[in-house]
Design a protein around this ligand. Structure first.
Ligand code: SF4
Ligand code: SF4
Length: 227
């Protein structure tokens, strides 16, 4: 582990607005886009409690705008963290918070951000398929920087902590959440096609059906501020 570099990256990302930063090494290159990059920086940005509370049985415009702003902030942080890694002599690929890969790879990004975040010990994947930060619950967005810098996790992997809760499954209007404890990438315990179709059919007015946020909001791990 390169402690000096990890401290530098963490301090830098935090100064740019990251709420949590972690590091991990993969057993194998996680993306064919960058076959020599087997390590990652995972970056977490927390969403606003007040904005999440504007979501009811449908997404709000406030949530859609906030979601896009959080993604833009994450993209800026990842971009600049990658530049620091390059200045240190390493290769670095920043991966955007929102990772559309076109029609041939629906519901798949370059890598699942949540896998890097879990391997970095920052949280776990919930029954909702969302990443739940150990500190903030599901009220977060993520970005990742893949690199060949020898970064290592500073924290142990956290096991799923959903317990008997099924709030997300009960609240999902699409019936897309099965209520199963997920694998670490969380891609096999919800039906992303069902989720996407419901959003497109019912939430077209807000961001052309690209966001919902109901399962993000209802998670009790968020501990949303009262009132
Ligand atoms: S985003 Fe909405 S439709 Fe999709 S899984 Fe979550 S609650 Fe269900
Ligand atoms: S709502 Fe409950 S079951 Fe769903 S992710 Fe959160 S803690 Fe887990």
């Amino acid at each position: 582990m390169n402690e000096r570099l990890q401290t530098k990256l963490k301090d830098f990302a935090t100064s740019l607005g990251a709420d949590a930063v972690g590091f991990c090494a993969f057993d194998a290159p996680p993306s064919p886009l960058a076959p020599t990059l087997t390590h990652a920086v995972s970056i977490v940005v927390k969403l606003s409690d007040a904005v999440l509370k504007t979501i009811d049985s449908a997404p709000s415009f406030a949530y859609f705008q906030h979601y896009r702003t959080a993604n833009a902030l994450l993209d800026q942080i990842a971009f600049r963290v990658a530049r620091v890694l390059e200045d240190e002599g390493y290769n670095a690929l920043p991966i955007a918070a929102s990772q559309s890969q076109g029609k041939n790879r629906p519901y798949n990004g370059v890598i699942p951000h949540k896998t890097a975040a879990v391997l970095s010990g920052l949280g776990f994947v919930g029954k909702s398929g969302l990443f739940l930060s150990a500190k903030y619950g599901s009220k977060v967005r993520l970005a990742t920087v893949l690199t060949d810098a020898p970064l290592e996790s500073e924290l142990p992997v956290i096991e799923n902590g959903c317990g008997d809760c099924n709030a997300c499954m009960k609240a999902c209007p699409a019936g897309a959440i099965f209520g199963q404890v997920p694998t670490k990438d969380g891609l096999r315990n919800i039906d992303p096609e069902k989720c996407s179709r419901y959003m497109k059919e019912h939430f077209q007015e807000v961001g052309r059906g690209s966001v919902c946020g109901i399962c993000v909001k209802v998670c009790p791990k968020n501990k949303l501020k009262e009132p």
